[in-house]
Design a protein around this ligand. Structure first.
Ligand code: SF4
Ligand code: MG
Length: 318
């Protein structure tokens, strides 16, 4: 609720603060239990920062994160440490997120140790069980990360998140670093696990085609803001925001009868330390009107469960 994360920009000889990057700038949304909420947008739009702020892996500058009725931004370290068991993360790069000097046994046993789950023998059993659940042989617990392929390493990353039996998992581009041929295997696995364990995912991706099948609802972010949020089907069939339309036009349609007009966005993403006035998308928007340059459009519910921040859909223009 009202989530913000600003990073200071320093410069000059004395490294003084000369500005700030508004990585996440007043974002509000709900995630339902057992839901997969996709969040998409270009790099730098604030989606990863949002995901990390949801887990307080980075401290929000402002705003509330209410999990199971508790605003976790108010918890002290010890309370937060306990809560962490319920909320886990899967990182984009399985290479970077697994300690190369540790055996899988230790990598997967660590979260159990941190949360005081089981004795040594029970932990060893849990590690082997979870490996089987993510599709790896239990005896691979004795191996090191470099002995696995990229896809297998991401299976270990998933196992590490899953082993403490969490409710929510933030999946930060979990397949972006993988070969296309491996991506769908990992996505299928994640989808199965979500159903099997009744998990809730916040699933971050830069590519709409990745979140398409796994998400129940999808939020689209642009320059630190949520610009559209609705159900999966509704977003594909009835996108409202011009930015969403441009993202969708870049996704190949498997149906050859559907001829799409490909919409190419002009210009680069503006800098989040110096976002355009009014609607942040106005510098690239094909539908830009005068009002867009001055007034920031509110994020509001346009039709049932379909939220959008765009003047094309505000009351004054309808
Ligand atoms: Fe385009 Fe204006 Fe809508 Fe922004 S508010 S997306 S500039 S039409
Ligand atoms: Mg990212």
């Amino acid at each position: 609720k009202g989530l913000k994360k600003f990073f200071p920009v320093t410069g000059g000889v004395f490294s003084r603060k000369i500005g700030e990057v508004k990585a996440v700038n007043d974002v509000s949304f709900e995630v339902y239990e057992r839901e997969v909420l996709g969040i998409v947008g270009e790099s730098g739009c604030g989606k990863s920062t949002t995901g990390k702020a949801l887990l307080r892996l980075i401290e929000p500058t402002e705003g509330e994160v209410i999990f199971d009725g508790v605003d976790i931004t108010k918890l002290d370290d010890e309370e937060m440490r306990k809560k962490r068991r319920d909320m886990q993360i899967i990182f984009q790069d399985p290479y970077a997120s697994l300690n190369p000097r540790h055996k899988v046994e230790k990598i997967l046993g660590e979260p159990l140790l941190i949360h005081g789950i089981g004795d040594k023998e029970e932990r060893q059993k849990k590690v082997r069980d979870i490996l089987e659940i993510v599709g790896l042989p239990g005896e691979h617990a004795n191996r090191y990360p470099h002995q696995f392929s990229g896809g297998q390493r991401q299976r270990i990353g998933i196992a590490r998140a899953l082993i403490v039996n969490p409710k929510l998992i933030v999946c930060d581009e979990p397949v972006s670093a993988l070969d296309v041929s491996i991506q769908s295997q990992i996505l299928n696995l994640m989808e199965d696990l979500q159903e099997q364990f009744g998990l809730t995912y916040v699933f971050i991706a830069h590519d709409l085609s990745v979140v398409r099948h796994i998400s129940h609802r999808i939020g689209v972010m642009y320059l630190g803001k949520m610009v559209e949020l609705t159900g999966n089907e509704e977003l594909y069939n009835n996108p409202l925001h011009p930015y969403t339309k441009s993202l969708l036009s870049a996704v190949p349609n498997p149906d050859p009868d559907v001829k799409k007009e490909r919409m190419i966005l002009e210009g680069d993403v503006p800098s989040p330390s110096n976002p355009p006035s009014g609607c942040a998308f106005h510098t690239r928007c094909p539908d830009c009107m005068d009002i867009c340059k001055q007034v920031r459009p509110e994020f509001q519910e346009y039709s049932d469960n379909h939220f959008v921040a765009c003047h094309l859909y505000s009351e004054e223009n309808n």
